[in-house]
Design a protein around this ligand. Structure first.
Ligand code: 2HG
Ligand code: ZN
Length: 464
């Protein structure tokens, strides 16, 4: 159906690239959640910051809601456009703008894919250390909007740690140049950090200046098979004492089974309940520190089997077992949890979470995996084939209310790294106090008084 607002947009911005075909609306209107039916008004594909400003000025004047859009690999519905919003895709804005060898920084447009940022850093003999499986499709703007974490947080921290400056376009089309790459800046509120993890509700990130780190040390990759969840934290502690860990990731046999069914190669002759994949600084696969650490864990009975990658290709194979999980589970329309507690609270939290989920999900396949060293667990509940999607989501939502209560009792968070979006919105109050949410609302209202930026995400507007 023809919408007169499109004529208005076209006449306000005659040069703007706009996509309106049904397949384009479908593609740009959804993220990886696949729970909502995309129904955007249209997709704007600006080529530079001035166009982003002009689109937002138009949207503010017309009262048209806008969904900022990166690679749409999100898992919380933060980039879903299901209510006639204008999708503002940054995908054409993917230039690397500058490298500064003294500041060790890289300035990129927000639509630059994470992998392209990593490659640009490597080309200058440095690294951009935030990393996760969606690196090829996700964009730096989306990473900033959710404060993305990933598999190297243990060693390098989240996206937030690496953003030295960013440019943000507000709902009114104003361009804010936040922190300008400074290392020190004690001049009042750090609006850069407000924008990070704001899920597109405070403005549109158009450019970022990223800090780079020295290249990583040579690492050895190990895969260990463990008999129980209880020993997981002990193995983590033992390895952390003996080695310099670059990554420590775990997954269960359920997760592995799906990755193997998806074409990966089985690591051991027999199955085991739990696995960890570890990258540790090492001179090679025979590094004595590595072998000592492994021997210690085996002596304690914490490790049933293990393998050290003998080549880069084998290391990639081992990592595929962990990184391939999301894709392998996707056909089962999993209900995703992304919870975190302090690392010290993990053993108690895990014991209670296991008991809770066993009670509430009898007979369901549940895959546990994630970033145990950061206190962050991904718990994916797979949809039984016989159950309708809506009934499944409703059932899982009810269980999540219990899980959120448990998270709250352990002073954790309902979203560690995927954001709140639409999916976790009902549970925000278990992680943030009413007073905190009131402050967040006030901040949002200050930056976007008309409420056009990603409405309905993170929290609902106050009822009038
Ligand atoms: C990961 O750690 C991602 O692989 C995705 O955060 C987690 O699919 C998930 O639940
Ligand atoms: Zn993760």
């Amino acid at each position: 159906m023809h919408d007169p607002r499109l004529d208005s947009l076209r006449s306000a911005l005659p040069g703007l690239r706009l996509a309106t075909e049904p397949d384009e609306l479908l593609h740009y209107g959804r993220d990886w959640t696949r729970r909502w039916t995309p129904a955007p008004l249209a997709v704007a594909l600006p080529g530079d910051t001035r166009e982003v400003q002009a689109v937002l000025r138009w949207a503010s004047d017309e009262g048209v809601p806008v969904v900022p859009s990166g690679g749409r690999t999100g898992l919380s519905g933060g980039a879903v456009a299901a209510n006639g919003e204008l999708v503002l895709s940054l995908e054409r804005m993917r230039r690397v703008l500058a490298f500064d060898p003294v500041d060790r920084s890289l300035t990129v447009e927000a639509g630059t894919p994470l992998e392209a940022v990593q490659e640009a850093a490597r080309a200058h003999g440095l690294q951009y250390p935030v990393d996760f499986a969606a690196r090829g499709s996700c964009t730096i703007g989306g990473n900033i909007a959710t404060n993305a974490g990933g598999i190297r947080v243990l060693r390098y921290g989240n996206t937030r740690e690496w953003v030295a400056g960013l440019k943000l376009v507000t709902a009114a089309g104003e361009l804010l140049d936040l922190n300008r790459g400074l290392v020190k800046n004690s001049s009042g509120y750090d609006l850069r950090h407000l924008a990070i993890a704001s899920e597109g509700t405070l403005g549109v990130v158009v450019e970022a200046t990223l800090r780079l780190a020295p290249p990583p040390p040579p690492v050895a990759t190990l895969l260990l098979a463990l008999p129980s969840f209880d020993v997981l934290m002990q193995v983590f502690q033992a390895l952390r004492e003996r080695l310099s860990l670059e990554a420590f990731e775990f997954f269960t046999d359920v997760a592995l089974r799906h990755v193997l069914a998806h074409g990966a190669q089985a690591p051991f002759d027999t199955g085991h309940p739990y696995y960890v994949v570890v990258d540790a600084a090492a001179v090679g696969p025979d590094d004595p520190h590595l072998l000592d650490a492994f021997a210690h864990c085996a002596e304690q009975g914490w490790v049933e089997d293990g393998v050290v990658a003998q080549s880069h290709a084998q290391a990639l194979q081992l990592w595929r077992l962990r990184e391939g999980i999301t894709e392998a589970l996707a056909p089962h329309l999993p209900y995703k949890n992304d919870v975190a507690v302090r690392v010290s609270a993990m053993p108690a939290f895990i014991a209670e979470a296991q008991a809770l989920l066993a009670t509430h999900y009898p007979g369901f396949e549940v895959a546990w995996f994630g970033h145990i060293g950061d206190g962050n667990l991904h718990i994916n509940v797979l949809k039984p084939a016989a159950l309708e999607q809506d009934a499944f989501v409703e059932r899982c939502g009810a269980v999540t209310a219990h899980l959120a209560g448990l998270v709250e009792r352990h002073a954790g968070t309902i979203s560690a790294e995927h954001g709140i979006g639409l999916v976790k919105k009902p549970y925000l109050g278990c992680t943030r106090s009413a007073a905190e949410i009131a402050v967040m609302r006030a901040v949002r209202a200050a930056l976007d008084p008309a409420g056009i930026l990603n409405p309905g995400k993170l929290f609902d507007p106050p009822s009038r």
